[in-house]
Write a protein that binds this ligand. Structure first.
Ligand SMILES: [Zn+2]
Length: 425
């Protein structure tokens, strides 16, 4: 009896200790300190390719360091550097089977400064026939990761012109080339010489790790994007800065706070990865790059956090999970929260396709239970993508509660007790 009682007392003390610890570490004041710095005017709206976003990256890295996170192998400190390339055609001479091609009959997607093709060696040859939906096939070819020569039937001549946009887009630096040729034949001789003018653009994610105690090679990711929309011409109130306090300084703040909390807890069996993504607003380049650095099978779950600074449609102490029905991630989180004051609900805005609109999407497409947690009222969030998305419009106390809820909801996944099912298309 006595023994049982002391066990109960011990259990009680450890639970209370636990509760106090989380309240002390994730408190509204600290949340506000971080949020205020990230959403400050001197970050200039954290637009990609500007000094403002570099300043934000340096701040996040300093917080990760302070919180005792390790760096990820292959990265430069906490920075995961990404090289993007925009190629502009300077000179192109293309003769295929004796026919001279022009911009209406050849388009080349490459990040090389010079390209010289005299045969199909090193290329897969793909034929797009009359009855195929040409533009629908293109993304699959681009994602195949193989250099390709794509022979497009002349019936698609009109759509072929649209490839100009595709090939001139900014892309990840890559050894893969894709050559589109408008033709009715299967050519036998190639003589293609291309010279490009390249503009190189650098991006960086900020990444920190807490290695797991026993399951080091099983990763759980906590992420949010730290870029936003920059500076525009002043409006009538003389404001010109997209502070992005909710979108997504809030998620980034959560990532920093969670890293501090889990470091203090020191009990994660799985490895925890904390990521602040760049370039979400301009196409999700940061998360796309990150998703290729770890084998998807080693990623057990991703908690992506977007816009948690306002009350959800259900009021305080609640949030929603996108793609709820696509894995049992959401159910596990709900179980871990049962008995608490928090509610995590399925995304109430399924028409908006949010599951595929945020940084969880790339990993989710690879089968990872990668979901976004948000409180944003997507049908009526007043300051979404406006100059007025400022810290004064956020509720710091509720935001701290949501971050705590995320921490608690992750408990059984971090300990290795639960593993969410994989996402199926
Ligand atoms: Zn946004």
């Amino acid at each position: 009896m006595k023994q049982i009682l002391s066990v109960i007392i011990l259990l009680y003390i450890s639970l209370v200790g636990h509760a106090q610890e989380i309240d002390q570490i994730i408190d509204a004041k600290e949340v506000e300190r971080i949020e205020r710095i990230l959403a400050a005017d001197d970050m200039q709206g954290r637009r990609t390719f500007t000094p403002g976003i570099d300043k934000a990256a340096a701040f996040i890295a300093a917080e990760f360091k302070k919180n005792g996170l390790q760096t990820m192998k292959g990265n430069k400190g906490y920075f995961q550097q990404i090289t993007m390339v925009k190629a502009k055609v300077k000179d192109l001479k293309a003769i295929v089977d004796g026919d001279t091609l022009n911009e209406n009959t050849i388009a080349i997607s490459t990040t090389a400064a010079k390209l010289n093709i005299t045969s199909t060696k090193g290329y897969q040859v793909i034929t797009i026939k009359k009855d195929e939906n040409f533009l629908e096939v293109v993304p699959g070819i681009a994602e195949s990761g193989k250099s390709s020569i794509v022979l497009v039937d002349k019936v698609h001549a009109d759509k072929f012109k649209r490839l100009k946009n595709f090939v001139s887009r900014t892309k990840f630096q890559s050894p893969v080339n894709i050559v589109f040729i408008l033709t009715d034949k299967t050519p036998v001789s190639y003589n293609i010489r291309l010279t490009n003018e390249l503009s190189i653009q650098k991006l960086k994610n900020v990444v920190g790790i807490l290695p797991g105690r026993s399951r080091k090679n099983e990763y759980v990711i906590f992420s949010g994007h730290y870029d936003h929309l920059g500076v525009v011409r002043p409006n009538k109130d003389k404001d010109s800065i997209y502070n992005g306090a909710n979108d997504d300084a809030a998620g980034t703040t959560a990532v920093i706070m969670l890293s501090k909390y889990f470091k203090a807890l020191k009990n994660n069996e799985r490895s925890l990865v904390f990521v602040a993504f760049t370039a979400e607003e301009i196409g999700g380049f940061g998360s796309q790059y990150f998703s290729r650095q770890l084998p998807p099978s080693t990623i057990m779950a991703m908690f992506n956090i977007e816009m948690i600074g306002t009350e959800s449609k259900w009021g305080t102490n609640s949030a929603f999970i996108t793609g709820f029905e696509k894995s049992d991630f959401g159910k596990i989180l709900q179980q871990n929260l049962s008995g608490s004051k928090f509610r995590f609900e399925p995304d109430p805005y399924p028409d908006q396709n949010l599951f595929y609109r945020s940084d969880n999407a790339t990993l989710a497409k690879l089968g990872v239970p990668a979901h976004t947690i948000s409180t944003s009222k997507m049908d009526s969030e007043k300051y979404y993508h406006t100059l007025d998305d400022e810290i004064e419009t956020l509720d710091m106390n509720n935001m701290a509660e949501v971050i705590k809820a995320i921490a608690i909801s992750a408990t059984s996944i971090i300990s290795g007790k639960d593993t969410p099912s994989r996402v199926k298309e």
